[in-house]
Design a protein around this ligand. Structure first.
Ligand SMILES: [Zn+2]
Ligand SMILES: [Zn+2]
Length: 258
C-alpha cells in the first residue's frame, strides 16, 4: 500500500476525531484543515497509481526524497490532462473546502454553521473517491464506528437537501400552477435560485417574497445580488469583492492563493 494513501487515511482519521469530539470553533477548524489535507492526498494517490512520477513538480530534474510535489491545483489539472478529471459536483465540493481552508491558513477562521455542510460534503467526496475511484476499502483502515458516523453525517446532509428541495417545489407549484416539475427543472418564468450567503446552498430566491428567502435555511436572509461580481452577499457585511464594504480591510484576495 502506498505511503501517500496511508498518509491520507491518517489525516482522515484525525479529521473524523476532531469532527466527533465537539461542535466547537477549534474542532471545526481542525476538521477542515485535516480533511482538506486528506482530500489532497487521496487525489495525489490517484496520480501516483497512474505513474509515480506524476506527483512531482519538476520531472526533468533528478527525483530525490526531497523533491517537491504538486499541490491541489496542479493535481486537479494533471488529473484533467490524463483524462481522469473530476465531475463538476465533486470539483465544487473541493473548491468549497479549499476556500474555507485557505481562509484559515492565510487569515483567520470565522466559524460558520455552513461549515457542517462543507464537512459532510467532504466526507461524501472521500467515500466516493476512496471506494469508487481508488478502489480501496476504507473499512479496513478506519474503525467501523467512525465510518458509521461519517456516513450518518452524509445521510443527514442529503436529507436536509431533500427537504429544502421539497420546500422549494411546493412554493414554486403555488407560484406557477402551470409548472410541471417532471418536464422542467424550474418553471420557465423563474429566473433561478441563487447561492445563499448563510448556508452557501443554491436555494436563495430574491424578488418574490417581502425579503430574500432561502429554502435551505427556511428563513428570510438579508442578502443582495452583487452588481459588481454577480455573487450574493449579506447586506451587513458587504460583498467579498469589495462592493458595499467599508474601505478598510478587504480579505477577498486571500482566496486566490492555492
Ligand atoms: Zn441558506
Ligand atoms: Zn461582489
Amino acid at each position: 500500500m502506498s505511503e501517500i494513501y496511508l498518509n491520507a487515511v491518517d489525516s482522515l482519521r484525525i479529521g473524523i476525531d476532531f469532527f466527533l469530539k465537539e461542535r466547537s470553533y477549534s474542532s471545526r477548524k481542525h476538521t477542515i484543515l485535516t480533511l482538506f489535507h486528506s482530500i489532497e492526498l487521496f487525489l495525489k494517490e490517484r496520480l501516483h497509481q497512474e505513474n509515480r512520477l506524476l506527483i512531482y513538480r519538476d520531472i526533468d530534474a533528478k527525483i530525490t526524497e526531497d523533491s517537491s510535489t504538486v499541490g491541489i491545483r496542479e493535481i486537479l489539472a494533471r488529473l484533467d490532462n490524463i483524462g481522469l478529471g473530476l465531475p463538476k459536483d465533486e470539483r465544487g465540493i473541493i473548491e468549497k473546502i479549499q476556500k474555507r481552508r485557505n481562509r484559515i491558513e492565510h487569515h483567520r477562521y470565522d466559524h460558520k454553521e455552513a461549515d457542517d455542510i462543507v464537512i459532510a460534503d467532504s466526507f461524501k467526496f472521500i467515500l466516493f473517491f476512496a471506494e469508487g475511484v481508488l478502489k480501496k476499502d476504507l473499512a479496513s483502515d478506519i474503525d467501523l464506528e467512525s465510518l458509521r458516523a461519517i456516513r450518518r453525517a452524509v445521510f443527514e446532509r442529503n436529507e436536509l437537501d431533500a427537504i429544502a428541495h421539497w420546500r422549494f417545489d411546493e412554493w414554486a407549484k403555488k407560484q406557477w400552477p402551470e409548472w410541471n416539475p417532471e418536464n422542467e427543472d424550474i418553471p420557465e418564468e423563474f429566473s433561478g435560485t441563487l447561492d445563499c450567503p448563510i448556508c452557501t446552498e443554491s436555494y436563495l430566491v430574491i424578488g418574490y417574497h417581502d425579503k430574500p428567502f432561502c429554502f435551505h435555511c427556511n428563513t428570510t436572509i438579508d442578502a443582495a445580488d452583487c452588481p459588481e461580481c454577480g455573487r450574493t452577499f449579506l447586506v451587513d457585511e458587504g460583498c467579498g469583492c469589495g462592493y458595499g464594504e467599508q474601505p478598510q480591510g478587504t480579505d477577498a484576495d486571500d482566496l486566490s492563493n492555492d
